[in-house]
Design a protein around this ligand. Structure first.
Ligand code: NAD
Ligand code: MG
Length: 390
């Protein structure tokens, strides 16, 4: 039986992972499930999958989790230390599906145990790409991409030589506002930003899709995971979200990965890799689809893409700054304190502030330095917002 743990089990990716695992209960020994405030869901899944332990990220949810697990024999725990302890429990395959930089440390710990880490948490690679890859290498852990675009690239590269790769093209739906007049974006509301044309995902990544911060993170993720140069990576808006990515080779051929917008494909590929197994996703009918559309992303609509290019050129800890400032301004947008377009402006200003403080971005990429940088960037994002609010 394969020992599996799921970090962020109550979220969108976590629930899709559970859907696959629950279809074949005899094949898996579930070690740890983790979640946040949705402890009823967490406890129900822990019971159904007979997990050893369930962990909520929040200390004040521990009593509720304990009560929900009463009589099950499943251990309950809460807080950051408990998440790290759960990540240190021996497992063969670990899903990293916490949202945000909070997903970094549990993933690093799992890699240190030599586990296979299925990485949905793109923030890990954005904040600390070199550290994550080095940790996997040093401890015999393996990193498998789960983000749909990166799973697509990974699959297009099977049997190929990286030296023959010319370009990597990741697609973007264009998000909720792809067809809005530009001057309407300023007044876009939280509800409007929280609906996605094609994918059913967590709220944060859905808003990040509308602003293209999600694709910005994915540009950096592509560079870090596949080791390609920034100028080899392209973003194309593809409203149907059926082609997830394309890899272009030196003979002019493009390998495109095509499939329905269903995360269970990418999760299942990482779960069964290197095998392919039957997955419960719909099959595409091209006569029905009839046409696929593409357009270049407009710079004015999606400033986050330009910022991601700055970050890729800059390297070092600038990814951690970028992500933390993005998370903080997203918090503020969700709380109704800033407008939709303010997010990119704030991230840009925080990046500039770091650039002006010689040395900060060039500190060694240790977990401590990433954490401190993340902390400082959040504070500076708050400062920038306070100044802008006058
Ligand atoms: P979600 O918001 O639906 O779920 C997030 C999970 O993380 C929940 O279990 C939540 O309880 C937990 N969590 C939240 N804050 C936490 C904290 N501070 N500490 C510990 N746990 C915390 O998110 P999602 O859409 O499933 O996305 C998860 C990750 O996967 C993100 O990094 C996202 O970018 C990536 N991803 C998601 C999709 C998708 O289809 N949803 C696709 C590709 C990549
Ligand atoms: Mg993606």
């Amino acid at each position: 039986m394969r020992r599996v743990s799921i970090f962020g089990a109550t979220g969108s990716v976590g629930q899709n992972t559970i859907d696959l695992i629950a279809r074949d209960p005899g094949a898996y020994d579930v070690v740890a499930l983790t979640g946040g405030r949705n402890v009823a869901q967490l406890a129900a899944d822990a019971r159904r999958l007979k997990a050893d332990i369930a962990v909520t990220a929040f200390d004040d949810e521990l009593d509720a989790l304990r009560a929900a697990l009463e009589g099950s024999g499943i251990a309950a725990a809460a807080g950051q230390a408990a998440l790290c302890e759960a990540a240190a429990r021996p497992a063969d395959w670990v899903m990293s599906a916490i949202v945000g930089a909070a997903g970094l440390e549990p993933g690093l710990i799992a890699l240190r145990q030599g586990a296979t880490l299925a990485l949905a948490n793109k923030e890990s690679l954005v904040c600390a790409g070199a550290l994550v890859l080095e940790t996997a290498k040093a401890h015999g852990g393996r990193l498998l991409p789960v983000d749909s675009e990166h799973s697509a690239v990974f699959q297009a590269l099977v049997g190929e030589d990286m030296s023959a790769v010319e370009r990597v093209i990741i697609t973007a739906s264009g998000g909720a506002f792809r067809d809005w007049p530009l001057d309407a974006l300023k007044a876009a509301t939280l509800a409007e930003a929280s609906s996605h044309p094609n994918w059913d995902m967590g709220q944060r990544i859905t808003i990040d899709s509308a602003s293209m911060f999600n694709k910005a993170l994915e540009l950096i993720e592509t560079k870090e995971y596949f080791g390609v140069r920034p100028d080899q990576i392209e973003v194309i808006v593809h409203p149907e979200s059926l082609i997830h990515a394309m890899v272009g080779f030196n003979d002019g051929a493009l390998m495109a990965h095509v499939g329905p917008p269903d995360m269970r494909h990418a999760i299942g590929y990482a779960l069964h890799w290197p095998d392919r197994r039957a997955l419960p996703v719909s099959r595409l009918d091209f006569a029905q689809i009839a046409q696929l559309n593409f357009r270049a992303p407009e710079d004015a609509r999606y400033p986050a893409l330009r910022l991601a290019r700055l970050v890729m050129e800059r390297g070092g800890l600038s990814g951690a700054v970028f992500n933390a400032a993005k998370e903080r301004s997203l918090d503020a947008f969700i709380a109704g304190r800033i407008g939709f377009l303010d997010m990119a402006a704030i991230v840009e200003e925080v990046l500039a502030r770091f650039e002006a403080k010689a040395g900060l971005i060039d500190a060694a990429m240790t977990l401590d330095n990433v954490r401190n940088t993340d902390h400082l960037a959040r504070q500076w994002a708050d400062d920038v917002m306070a100044v802008r609010a006058g």
